[in-house]
Design a protein around this ligand. Structure first.
Ligand code: GDP
Length: 306
């Protein structure tokens, strides 16, 4: 089973899928366009969340970081006058140190992420979307900034004018992703932010062509006209997409075979209005507020695979 993921919505679905399928049978291709170097180490927020989920370390209240982590290093740095854009936990930082050491020793990001995940006991195969650095850069009314500076540093407040995946022109699909996709008939796109989580994955050179022939089942991250959390609404509007499941379907249009939307959306089972492509629309309760609800939605998704 192969799932494209960001760092919040799709991990909730993965929490359901892993109740139904052994971790060893799950491959997750993860967004890296929110990565950034902090105090000398590479932080990969989405990869970290997915890794901690499969290592049973994740703080499932926040859906990022290690449960019951401490913040002594961050506090020591801050009190000495060294600001960090992210409030990193101590155990979380240990992951970043290990991964960055592998990279400094010459490992690719794919190798570094795989080794770090195995050392932490994650059984799933966790693959960064590419080995080259890519950054989601948000152009706002106060200037262009990295996604983390916009969302964490400025609390998502500036008006968004556009989004660019800086560095994506230099990317190629990794051998690990090509090999993994070739083994699969289905691709699952989880309920993640289309613009800053799934968009960068699909923008990796050769990625769309690679998955186009597969049976693609996506879950909408939007319920009604609002994302469940995060800045997806603001970013979708700025990029010219309606903030709705219909807008998400338009974003995935050429890839989509089955689209799981929330039962509160009322889009019906006749296909997503205004789209020319043949899409099967399935309604379900997509609000994953418990492990049980994640499992129920995961069953719906698995029921759509060929
Ligand atoms: P990020 O990397 O932290 O931005 O995380 P993702 O892109 O993976 O997830 C953010 C998206 O997940 C947001 O657009 C939310 O609307 C969506 N999301 C979060 N929780 C849920 C949920 O329980 N159900 C659904 N359908 N979407 C969710």
């Amino acid at each position: 089973m192969l799932v494209l993921s960001g760092g919040t919505g799709t991990p909730k679905l993965l929490a359901g899928l892993r109740q139904l399928v052994p971790d060893e049978d799950i491959t997750v291709v993860v967004n890296t366009a929110e990565d950034l170097w902090v105090s000398g180490n590479l932080v990969c927020p989405d990869i970290d969340t997915v890794t901690y989920l499969f290592a049973d370390l994740l703080d499932m209240d926040k859906w990022w970081g290690v449960a019951q982590d401490t913040y002594r290093t961050h506090e020591a740095l801050t009190s000495a006058g060294h600001d960090e854009v992210l409030r990193l936990g101590d155990r979380d930082r240990a992951t970043h140190i290990m991964r960055s050491e592998f990279i400094r020793q010459g490992a690719s990001l794919t190798e570094a992420v795989g080794r770090t995940a195995r050392m932490q006991g994650a059984g799933a195969t966790i693959l960064p979307m590419c080995d080259e650095p890519v950054s989601s850069m948000i152009t706002t009314d106060t200037g262009t900034m990295h996604f983390q500076d916009f969302w964490v540093g400025q609390r998502g407040r500036p008006e968004v004018l556009g989004v660019e995946y800086q560095g994506v022109k230099n990317t190629t699909v990794t051998d690990a992703i090509r090999h993994a996709v070739e083994q699969e008939d289905n691709i699952i796109i989880g309920p993640s932010n289309p613009i800053t989580s799934i968009g960068p994955i699909l923008a990796v050179k050769g990625m769309k062509e690679l998955i186009q022939s597969k049976h693609v089942v996506a879950v909408s991250p939007i319920i009604g006209c609002e994302p469940v959390s995060g800045p997806a609404g603001k970013l979708m509007s700025a990029c010219g997409y309606e903030v709705s499941s219909r807008g998400v379907a338009r974003f995935y249009e050429e890839l989509l075979d089955v689209f799981v939307v929330d039962e509160r959306d009322g889009l019906g089972l006749q296909g997503v209005g205004g789209m020319d492509v043949a899409v099967t629309v399935v309604s379900a309760d997509t609000m994953m507020t418990s492990a049980e609800k994640s499992k129920v939605l995961a069953k719906v998704v698995m029921g759509q695979l060929v």
